[in-house]
Write a protein that binds this ligand. Structure first.
Ligand SMILES: Nc1ncnc2c1ncn2[C@@H]1O[C@H](COP(=O)(O)OP(=O)(O)OP(=O)(O)O)[C@@H](O)[C@H]1O
Ligand SMILES: [Mg+2]
Length: 241
């Protein structure tokens, strides 16, 4: 008789779609886990996430993008300055876009009421991810969640725990201006990536830093992040052969 054993060492690595980033985290994100991307305004969180979903589309995977900041057309316009192929990916069936605050979003989350029913929001989203077998999820952002769950942190934690248990690899964008002000989601997530904007003598610099990545040999240095025509690129300083 064959006995199949669960082997915790067997997992997939999911490419971020961002040049230079995967090598900081041992080849890519471990699949089916929850990651938080934190950083100040304009530091590249949404662009990184758009590249992540576009890489999914290229690998024949499906993504769900839940946004409160932007309409579908708005995000397409914002990404139009890059040529990594976001528009084609979102116009194919690969990326499902959900504007949480639109009437469609309100219908999806269950209600014309002033505040959406919180249990409903959690169940609908987790149910959608599992039933549609969504591979990649982006939630842009925790500000959205704090709006939806305008009460205690407990509901937010319940929501994130439910998302953690889905079969998708999820990026949760979290606004953050003070890099030492950790929030609950940083502790709950499997991984945390910080985006930095900082001033140097010759002007503003951008960086990226992997703060934690459970189960992964991680490079935690701050690496240079730059915007190129092809999107965000990370310079790791390691020689590329
Ligand atoms: N070709 C380009 N097209 C669009 N934006 C570009 C381009 N090159 C550089 N950028 C910069 O990218 C920044 C936007 O990054 P992005 O929207 O990903 O940041 P964010 O961290 O999501 O910001 P926010 O917190 O405001 O949502 C802009 O401030 C813009 O200056
Ligand atoms: Mg953004």
């Amino acid at each position: 008789m064959l006995i199949y054993k669960y082997d915790a060492n067997v997992f997939m690595r999911v490419s971020s779609g961002v040049d230079g980033f995967d090598q900081l985290i041992d080849g890519g994100f471990r699949s089916n886990r929850l990651y938080v991307l934190s950083g100040p305004p304009g530091s590249g969180k949404t662009t990184f996430s758009a590249q992540f979903m576009t890489a999914g589309a290229a690998a024949d995977e499906s993504s769900l993008y839940v946004s409160m900041h932007e309409t579908r057309d708005g995000i397409i316009a914002d990404m139009a300055g890059f040529d990594f192929g976001f528009q084609a990916a979102i116009e194919s069936d690969s990326i499902t876009f959900l504007d949480a605050l639109s009437s469609e979003g309100r219908r999806f989350f269950g209600g014309p009421g002033e505040k959406m029913d919180r249990t409903n929001v959690t169940n609908r989203l987790a149910g959608f991810i599992n039933s549609r077998e969504i591979d990649r999820v982006v939630i842009d952002s925790t500000m959205l969640l704090r709006y939806l769950f305008d009460d205690s942190d407990t509901t937010l934690m319940r929501f994130l725990t439910a998302i953690k248990r889905t079969s998708a690899t999820t990026l949760l964008i979290s606004e953050m201006t003070d890099p030492s002000a950790y929030a609950d989601e940083h502790f709950l997530a499997h991984g945390v990536v910080f985006f930095h904007n900082y001033l140097e003598d010759d002007g503003m610099r951008r960086g990226i830093q992997v703060i934690k990545m459970r189960g992964t040999d991680t490079d935690t240095d701050i690496h240079t992040l730059s915007f190129a025509d092809s999107g965000i690129e990370i310079t790791t300083g390691k020689s590329v052969s």
